[in-house]
Ligand binder design. Structure first.
Ligand code: ADP
Ligand code: MG
Length: 468
């Protein structure tokens, strides 16, 4: 299968050659033909599998064709509309933007990434313009962007609603609606915003929804907003991530954890790394500490201004930042191919975050390493992650960094740590379900691992939470 065989417009093909893409990924091979036919899509496929191009290439193809036929427009263009509005005597002070395509994403970073990818895939097209409408961006700047009447809007739901309500955006000409990382948007509490936005778009639109899972709430929403969709499921949320080598290191305390992290960051095979922390404050503290230790480190979290976040990400892309210390939401969707290592300095609060975290490495078919630094008291949380991913994570020990305590003795003296009892949502591992009497020995695949159905780890109960 080649991109040519998909029948994409030559300007799109040219951009793909320029980008170094030789053949479509499997999600692209399945989604692009259906999208070109104008079909609605419901897609679940693992991070890094190339979903952006799966929805953007067919859209750009369509816009490229339309711009070729522009000499003979069928309907009135927004400018003609405005002219006739003026001749009728009603002069709108601000002409609402009338985008043809809207991409909704959960976070600012992801929105910027989709916009950048669109610029890349559309670089040989004359007219196509994509702009991001994001929370945290100054309003005047956004008004300027909207005044250009961009064809493609990439937006986070909250800020978009603001502009819709103040009459700055008119979706009556919308042809394509994309929900990227739809499950995540629901997790972040955007369901009402999404419904409102969808309701403001024409029934005739083409709708494409992308999600890690199509189960539960997100699946129901997907069915509601799509018409006769083609359902593409490349892999479930419990995707194997076979190109990512995962392991757990048990640590005794914070100082042990810090020493081990420093050691691991000096690994010669490491190009760039993301270190995940539970809190924004930890992200700052650890980034500072790593800088003092001589690593080119930078923090990324939701308390930083958008400008600072962009600069940090640019630094990461240019390789000036080697170690990014980030919180979950801030790091979501980061796509830097040179990220070889992901470290869980703190375990994620929810097992599905683990999957998203490790998906920051091993992008576009490369190999990656994901290391979790775990207190003995947190071993039940490792188990929850294993149950969610349906994979065992081997325990590893490095000479000179052996944990002093074994998990079984540690448990009785364990402090509650970052994992509050309520977080288990009725799924706490029973005491004694697993012991690590010999932490040095990696567990064998399949040994006693519960492959049964999940018991509510990720089920229907959706929650709303901010950047942590
Ligand atoms: P997803 O949204 O599924 O997580 P992305 O769309 O962000 O994945 O793509 C992940 C990476 O793969 C990006 O760096 C992108 O440039 C690259 N990529 C996408 N499609 C291809 C392809 N057909 N060939 C090579 N690289 C690709
Ligand atoms: Mg994506």
């Amino acid at each position: 299968m080649t991109f040519e065989a998909l029948g994409l417009h030559t300007s799109v093909l040219k951009a793909l050659t320029e980008a170094g893409y030789t053949k479509p990924t499997s999600v692209q091979a399945q989604a692009v033909p259906a999208a070109l036919e104008g079909r609605d899509l419901m897609v679940s496929s693992q991070t890094g599998s190339g979903k952006t191009a799966a929805f953007m290439l067919p859209a750009l193809h369509k816009f490229a064709l339309a711009s070729e036929q522009q000499d003979a427009p069928l309907g009135k263009t927004p400018n003609q509309e405005a002219q006739s509005a003026r001749s009728r005597g009603d002069r709108p002070r601000f002409k609402a933007a009338q985008p043809k395509m809207l991409v909704l994403t959960p976070t600012r970073e992801l929105a910027l990434q989709v916009t950048n990818a669109t610029d890349k895939y559309g670089s040989f097209m004359k007219r196509v313009k994509a702009v991001s409408i994001l929370g945290g961006m100054p309003y005047p700047k956004q008004m300027q962007l909207l005044a250009k009447n961009p064809e493609i809007l990439v937006a986070t739901p909250g800020r978009l609603i603001d502009h819709m309500e103040s009459g700055k955006i008119d979706f009556s000409q919308l042809e394509i609606l994309v929900l990227d990382e739809a499950d995540r948007m629901l997790d972040m509490g955007f369901i009402d915003d999404i419904e409102k936005i969808v309701d403001a778009t024409p029934e005739t639109r083409q709708t494409m929804l992308f999600s890690a899972t199509l189960d539960g709430v997100v699946g129901n929403m997907a069915k509601r907003i799509t018409k006769n969709p083609l359902v593409i499921q490349i892999a479930g949320s419990a995707t194997k991530h076979e190109n990512i080598s995962q392991r757990v290191h048990f640590v005794d305390d914070l100082s042990h954890k810090n020493r081990l992290l420093d050691h691991l960051l000096r690994d010669e095979t490491m190009d760039q790394a993301v270190v995940f922390t539970a809190t924004k404050r930890d992200a700052d503290t650890i980034a500072d500490r790593l800088n003092i230790a001589g690593f080119a480190a930078a923090a990324l979290h939701g308390d930083m201004h958008q400008g600072a976040r962009n600069r940090t990400l640019d630094g990461m892309r240019r390789g000036q930042v080697r170690v990014l210390v980030a919180t979950d939401v801030a790091a979501r969707g980061i796509d830097v191919p040179a990220i070889t290592h992901v470290f869980n300095y703190d375990l994620p609060k929810f097992p599905e975050d683990y999957v998203h975290r490790i998906g920051r490495t091993g992008r576009a078919g490369r190999n990656g390493v994901a290391v979790s630094l775990v207190n003995h008291a947190e071993s039940m949380n490792v188990k929850r992650i294993e149950r969610f991913t349906k994979q065992l994570i081997p325990v590893d020990v490095i000479e000179g960094f052996e944990p002093k305590r074994s998990a079984s003795t540690a448990r009785s003296s364990a402090k509650p740590g970052g994992w509050k009892p309520g977080d288990n949502r009725g799924n706490a591992a029973k005491p004694g379900q697993r012991t690590f009497s010999k932490p040095a020995a990696p567990r064998k695949e399949g040994g006693g691992f519960n492959k049964g159905p999940r018991t509510g780890d990720t089920g229907g109960a959706r929650r709303s939470y901010g950047d942590r």
